[in-house]
Ligand binder design. Sequence first.
Ligand SMILES: *[C@@H]1O[C@H](CO)[C@@H](O)[C@H](O)[C@H]1NC(C)=O
Ligand SMILES: *[C@@H]1O[C@H](CO)[C@@H](O)[C@H](O)[C@H]1NC(C)=O
Ligand SMILES: *[C@@H]1O[C@H](CO)[C@@H](O)[C@H](O)[C@H]1NC(C)=O
Ligand SMILES: CC(=O)N[C@H]1CO[C@H](CO)[C@@H](O)[C@@H]1O
Length: 663
Amino acid sequence: SGCLTGTHFVLQLDVFARLLLPFCLGRYGLFQKQLTLLEEAEGGFDQFTRSYESFGAHRLSDNSMLFREWAPAAEAVFLTGDFNGWDKFSHPYKKKQFGKWELQLPPKEDNSPAVAHNSKLKVVVHTKGGERLYRISPWATYVTKPSTSVIYDWIFWDPPHPYVRKHPRPRKPCSLRIYEAHVGIASPECKVASYSNFTHNVLPRIKDLGYNCIQLMAIMEHAYYASFGYQVTSFFSASSRYGTPEELKELIDVAHSLGIMVLLDVVHSHASKNTEDGLNHFDGSDSCFFHGGARGEHPVWDSRLFNYSSWEVLRFLLSNLRWWIDEYGFDGFRFDGVTSMLYHHHGVGSGFSGNYAEYFGLHVDEDSLVYLMLANHILHMLYQDCITIAEDVSGMPTLCRPVQEGGCGFDYRLAMAIPDKWIQVRALKGGSIIITHTTNVPCALVGDKTLAFWLMDKDMYTNMSALIPMNPVIDRGVQLHKMIRLLTHGLGGEGYLNFMGNEFGHPEWLDFPRVGNSESYHYARRQFNLVDTDHLRYWQLYVFDRDMNRTEAKYGWLAAAPAYVSTKHEGDKVIIFERGDVVFVFNFHPTNSYSSYRVAVGTPGKYRIKLDSDDLEYGGHGRLDHNTDFFTEPIPFNERANSMQVDPDRPHLYTPKVTSVWD
Ligand SMILES: *[C@@H]1O[C@H](CO)[C@@H](O)[C@H](O)[C@H]1NC(C)=O
Ligand SMILES: *[C@@H]1O[C@H](CO)[C@@H](O)[C@H](O)[C@H]1NC(C)=O
Ligand SMILES: *[C@@H]1O[C@H](CO)[C@@H](O)[C@H](O)[C@H]1NC(C)=O
Ligand SMILES: CC(=O)N[C@H]1CO[C@H](CO)[C@@H](O)[C@@H]1O
């Protein structure tokens, strides 16, 4: 699980506004300039950002066909495919202005289109150096990998009965509870699972768990499965590994019918280096879509970096965003790799300490910053309920401020390792809780143990049965797993993100089939069968996750102001905070129990236990009486006007456990 933070992180920085203002004004000026250019371009930015309607391959209403590409360094461009018996020279594109190429084909004699649905195509690029290159259109909407080849095919996708959306998009919720999912690993079987399986087998679980948003990873086609979707080769193609485009559209539509929004994990920070089935060297040059030279290569990811100052790159990427929303029905994006985009050093080898010089200066890449501002501006203007999340580890201030203030305009930031964010949690350092492992950030997750496995390790193989008494490792692990999730949920930010499987304490780790593990799918799956086996404790962890979300849905702490932490006692390992009308009480101590523990409370009144990780149903010990009324007393404590004694009538505040009490 991870957490999302929106504006409140930045609010604290308003004192520094005078410091930041000149930079923000500068950034806003650059943004305004680009926006004005876009508005004056080719029919305004609405049309510009729908360029997927004219680039690539299209059947027009009269069944004639239009093909368009941008290949500024090409000498000549041809279209070849099933339709012309793979003739390399019979169908040349016409050279247009600004490096564009166009080809029009009239309908056939029987008025059917020249290129049929599901037939294969390729762009043939002749370079000035005399090379002949076979390419997939960067705008291809469907690409498949034949079993006989390692290179993808470009398929012209134009189904006679396209999927028609039946359900309206859900409105943006106040509290965002995100289920992060990867379709391919979403089954217990040792193979790639499908969109349809996800629709029928996983969506009902997500609904039951009380999540109101799904973040789908690894959708944009990536030739290398083990890249976890982060080495994108075809930006407009939904991965064909899991099924057809129509099946993904159905998945999203069904999610909408359940009141669940769907976000795409969008990778605009870099691109795969592949040439024959990727974007790299599309026209034979180093600089088409990407920066030429060293600036165009990521120092660590072995991938290409976009030239965001290029007009055609803006067209491509902005149109890409609209494509996923308009064509597929996605409701927003998590932008991957924002840290890498924001800085010329790509965050490599530089820790971020929170010093302002780190965020404002020459090492900030203003081209990509302006790109992100444009993307957020356009998305929020065109789609009222669109949600954008930045994956940023640097803590760049203003990321979630409106574009008009010189900010980047994101709704949320995925808070991963911002030390400042976890000040409250530092009270626990050196204790037995491993807080950094709560962030199930995909990159860190691959090859890394799941949270449950960190806590319980090999004991999970033998001692997860609910029919035998818990051994000490399982007992501590099961209790901590719930407490860490609730702590993240309550304290983390303005949203909550859970990686698929963590809700039931998925064991082991993730690893994709690759040469190094003999192409094994053993760890590239989610063992939903574990939670479906009712005598195992996974079910107990699952039910806690469900009830945690449902409780949040009722009391809305994610949408409330940041938590007020009244107690963070290093020795006792107790942390107590209030958020909204809810008081959270955690005792992380491995052995200590406390009697009549005094809890500071802002709002006076009567409190009752509403969610208790020690509940028997959740694999707890059932030591708390939920029928007790806790009354506050006007006794000031820890800078709050009121306080109450938790568990006053009982000898102990048992451990380990967590209690949430509220009015
Ligand atoms: C998809 O789901 C069905 C059951 O609904 C199952 O039989 C099949 O094996 C699943 N396939 C994959 C790849 O998950
Ligand atoms: C990026 O694109 C701009 C605009 O087309 C161009 O002037 C510039 O040279 C490109 N930068 C690199 C490093 O290729
Ligand atoms: C549970 O784990 C203990 C070690 O802590 C082991 O001795 C025992 O055999 C396990 N129980 C079962 C039922 O396997
Ligand atoms: C998306 C979802 O399932 N939300 C549910 C969460 O739990 C509350 C309380 O049980 C329900 O009212 C929501 O519909």
